[in-house]
Ligand binder design. Structure first.
Ligand code: HEC
Length: 263
């Protein structure tokens, strides 16, 4: 019985350590800015995406962020994860134009997007993007949540930390004061003021709520397979836990005769 207790406590220890290592939030936040901590449904080993929030976030991305930022790693058909039907995805795709070709005459041409296309960005290349943004580059947002330490909290903070600059600070033209951005001066004007969007599926339109929705959407974009990964992790841990008992049992069974013959 003592041995069994030991096996159980070792197994519990292993599971606990694994759970902690999966759920531990990324330490350290983006160099120097003030980072707020928000509670996300996708945090922790049992984390999941809230589809309604992802849909609202996509709407915020589309109506606000997409005039400057692309999400080039996402294809329209990936939006099935957000809970859209095939017909809805076709309709969403058809609202965009993509460049295709060359055709038989060697010309590139524009056509309506289909679900297999990547979501087209606002600019044809980086130079065009910089030219339209006073020299600053609005990065592609499809991987931003993975690309920054504590990414979800960082982007959330960035969107909700525009403020009046302290009087001693000189804010050059085309720059904006932001408490979360390292150095506090960013070339992105405040994108969310709240109430400037009518959400298709209802919901809170305060700047904080819109920021949380768009960050959830961008977290999904950074790792669409997160839910599967976490579910697999849990299944593997359960399997290992059960196997602990099975191997302990079989060890007892195999050695039982040896012990008896010694006695
Ligand atoms: C008017 C254009 C514009 C809009 C609209 C806009 N951005 Fe930006 N964004 C920029 C520019 C320009 C930069 C680069 C800033 C810099 O380099 O100082 C940037 C930078 C960023 C960064 C990167 C910060 C970093 O750590 O490098 C994030 C994240 C971001 N934007 C998110 C968003 C989100 C989310 C939205 C929509 C809610 C949005 N932006 C809307 C222009 C825009």
């Amino acid at each position: 019985m003592r041995k069994l207790m030991r096996v159980v406590s070792v197994a519990t220890g292993i599971v606990a350590a694994a759970v902690v290592s999966i759920s531990a939030p990324a330490m350290a936040a983006g160099g120097g800015g003030e980072i707020k901590q928000h509670e996300w449904t996708f945090d922790g080993p049992f984390g999941h995406f809230d589809k309604a929030s992802l849909q609202r976030g996509f709407q915020v991305y589309r109506e606000v962020c997409s005039s400057c930022h692309g999400i080039e790693f996402i294809s329209f058909r990936n939006f099935a994860d957000l809970g859209y039907s095939e017909a809805e995805i076709k309709a969403i795709a058809a609202e965009y134009e993509v460049t295709d070709g060359p055709n038989d005459e060697g010309e590139m041409f524009q056509r309506a997007a289909i679900p297999a296309d990547r979501v087209p960005g606002p600019f044809p290349n980086e130079n065009a993007a910089r030219a339209a943004n006073g020299g600053a580059y609005p990065v592609d947002l499809s991987l931003i949540v993975k690309a920054r330490p504590d990414g979800a909290n960082y982007v959330y903070s960035l969107l909700t930390s525009y403020a009046e600059a302290p009087s001693h600070m000189n804010v050059p033209d085309g720059m904006y004061y932001n408490k979360a951005y390292s150095g506090n001066l960013i070339a992105m004007p405040q994108p969310l003021y709240g109430d400037d969007i009518t959400l298709a599926n209802g919901g809170d339109t305060s700047p904080e709520a819109l920021a949380a929705d768009v960050v959830s959407f961008l977290a999904w974009a950074s790792e669409p397979e997160m839910e599967t990964r976490k579910r697999t992790g849990i299944a593997v841990m359960l399997f290992l836990f059960v196997m602990c008992f099975v191997s302990y049992g079989s060890m007892r069974y195999i050695w039982a005769d040896v012990k008896k013959s010694k006695a």
